[in-house]
Write a protein that binds this ligand. Structure first.
Ligand code: HEC
Length: 207
């Protein structure tokens, strides 16, 4: 083998190895990203998921409750967007049940109301007059776990990382049962989750 051929062969081998290892690391990162494991600190507070990872999760539904339709002051005068973690989504499609370890995230987004908005807080955009999304303004999570929350109704625990613009709080304390779970228990359609507002889950549920 001549010297140049030898160099080319070695270079080719290096390139193949580098490509294979970068493909491996991409796949590895994707697999890890899609499996979210809730992390708690030593005080038992939930740590905010890294890199807004919930925004990559399957979306299940959204609603908007503007001030103008709520006597001028809605408790959540925003768009609410709900996501479910990918593993629990696959499980729900198969079984129609929220598995042990289900995580559901709800993120709030201000209604877009730049100068010149209408009296009712709506804006006139190219698709019509209505309530459009502005900036992020809050983040909440609920986790179902018999192991972690044996005493909570339905084994769901509720956390809020703040009702405010980003950055959200780095950690959240578990909310008292009366603060969150009670209303979910009383009014949500399925296992304390508001599936009546989540067309993606209703359509995916096995008949
Ligand atoms: C007065 C009733 C009520 C109370 C109290 C309440 N929620 Fe909810 N929650 C809702 C409704 C209704 C939805 C459906 C989506 C929406 O309208 O925003 C919801 C949805 C959610 C979701 C998405 C998953 C699901 O179950 O549908 C999370 C997460 C959540 N709430 C967290 C909380 C937290 C954290 C608290 C306490 C700080 C709380 N909620 C208190 C009514 C309530």
């Amino acid at each position: 083998m001549r010297r140049t051929e030898l160099i080319l062969t070695i270079a080719g081998f290096c390139l193949m190895t580098a490509t294979a290892s970068s493909i491996w690391s991409v796949q590895h990162a994707t697999a890890q990203d899609s499996i979210y494991m809730p992390q708690h600190n030593t005080k038992g507070e939930l740590i905010l998921p890294k890199n807004h990872s919930w925004r990559d999760w399957p979306y299940v539904g959204s609603m908007v409750t503007p001030n103008a339709l709520n006597g001028g002051e809605a408790p959540f005068p925003e768009h609410h967007v709900t996501y479910i973690d990918p593993v629990s989504w696959q499980h729900y499609k198969k079984t129609g049940k929220f598995r042990e370890g289900t995580v559901i995230a709800k993120e709030l987004t201000r209604v877009r109301a730049p100068d010149g908005a209408n009296k009712d807080g709506s804006t006139d955009e190219v698709s019509g007059t209505g309530y459009f999304m502005g900036e992020y303004s809050g983040f909440e999570i609920t986790i179902k776990s018999k192991k972690l929350y044996p005493k909570e109704p339905g084994n769901w625990a509720y956390y809020s990382f703040g009702h405010k613009p980003e950055p959200y709080n780095a950690v959240a304390k578990k909310q008292p049962t009366e603060a969150c779970a009670a209303c979910h228990q009383a009014s949500a359609a399925e296992d304390m989750v508001f599936t009546q507002f989540y067309p993606v889950l209703r359509a995916a549920k096995p008949k």
